[in-house]
Design a protein around this ligand. Structure first.
Ligand SMILES: C[S@@+](CC[C@H](N)C(=O)[O-])C[C@H]1O[C@@H](n2cnc3c(N)ncnc32)[C@H](O)[C@@H]1O
Length: 313
């Protein structure tokens, strides 16, 4: 499938005022992927430098190729995005004009069957974004207890039939270890009552989401990454985040609410200057993709876009 960057023009419009603030602006693309957003930003702003992070080595090698024309205006780092502060400090950069997070998996990760992200294609149960480290989905399915499996399916997949699916995973692995996405999809299908199977799309979707989150520790990493990214912004700098599922969006929403809230005690008629919020919403609440974009790029359907700006040091 062709990769179409989501909300490309909108993200650039949100970052533009921050980029235009100084002569040598720096943006961190925390989820470089195939470099779609970075490429357009670098093309539009000849004075811009981007530091692009990704935990996936295959994404990095494709991005490197896609962005060669920009030479040293793009620095690509193999890192998890909760390491932004360390990456910047290693480069002796004290703050940046913008940071972009385009969360989740890329179209490339979904399209390469062997990565094991897609329930529609038979493949080994891997699901690691960084294939150089960590437990695979297969290792989790074959070793976690019923209680652990139940918890991740319930919490990360919001799966009503988590307990039954966990029970059937344990049963299946007692005769043979679970190795393929097809086996897992079949177990999920057989754990769900027939009427529930007929609604809400493929029943394996929630289980695959839950496992992907557990394999990559996605929520824990994001909970650390957003507050740390916020700290790296220069005054006038902007943080723009696109989330594709509600668990991630909730983390972003709550981190943004915390830093945009005034510390002046309620009831005082004037804002205490030293308690005023240092960040302000650029978007009140969240934005979704337009109907036209969703039609052209169905992946944009579940996207929620949020943005804040640092207004004081
Ligand atoms: C939706 S894609 C980004 C697509 C990109 N904006 C583009 O236009 O090509 C998300 C990327 O973020 C990476 N990623 C996800 N979680 C990450 C994390 N915790 N740290 C670093 N990279 C991560 C994935 O490997 C994937 O390549």
């Amino acid at each position: 499938m062709q990769h179409i960057p989501v909300a490309l023009d909108r993200c650039i419009a949100l970052l533009a005022p921050a980029i235009e603030l100084c002569e040598s602006p720096i943006i961190v693309d925390a989820t470089l992927g195939l470099g779609g957003h970075s490429k357009e930003l670098l093309s539009r702003y000849p004075n811009l430098k981007i530091i692009g992070l990704d935990r996936d080595l295959s994404a990095i090698s494709i991005a490197r190729e896609n962005l060669t024309e920009f030479g040293d205006r793009i620095v690509i780092v193999h890192a998890v995005y909760d390491e932004i502060a360390e990456v910047l400090s290693d480069m002796e950069i004290t703050n940046v004009e913008g940071i972009l997070f385009d969360l989740g998996v890329s179209s490339m990760q979904l399209d390469v069957a062997e990565r094991g992200f897609a329930y529609s294609q038979d493949a080994p149960l891997d699901m690691r974004m960084d294939q150089s480290s960590g437990l695979t989905a297969g290792e989790i399915l074959n070793t976690y207890t019923h209680q652990q499996l139940n918890r991740i399916l319930w919490q990360y997949g919001e799966e009503k039939f988590a307990a039954k699916i966990a029970e059937n995973i344990i049963k299946a692995r007692s005769s043979n270890s679970l190795n393929s996405t097809k086996d897992l999809a079949e177990i999920v299908k057989n754990s769900i009552p027939a009427p529930a199977r007929r609604t809400g799309g493929n029943p394996a979707k929630r289980t695959f989401q839950a496992l992907r989150i557990e394999v990559n520790q996605e929520l824990e990493v994001l909970k650390r990454a957003i507050p740390s990214a916020i700290e790296q912004l220069a005054v006038g700098g902007r943080l723009v985040v696109m989330a594709y599922q509600s668990l991630e969006d909730r983390i972003v929403k709550s981190a943004f609410a915390k830093v945009t809230e005034s510390g002046t005690p309620r009831g005082l008629p004037v804002e205490l200057p030293d308690r005023a919020a240092k960040f302000a919403f650029v978007i009140r609440g969240s934005e979704s993709a337009t109907e036209a974009e969703i039609e052209a790029n169905p992946r944009a359907q579940s996207m929620r876009l949020r943005a804040i700006e640092r207004i004081a040091a």
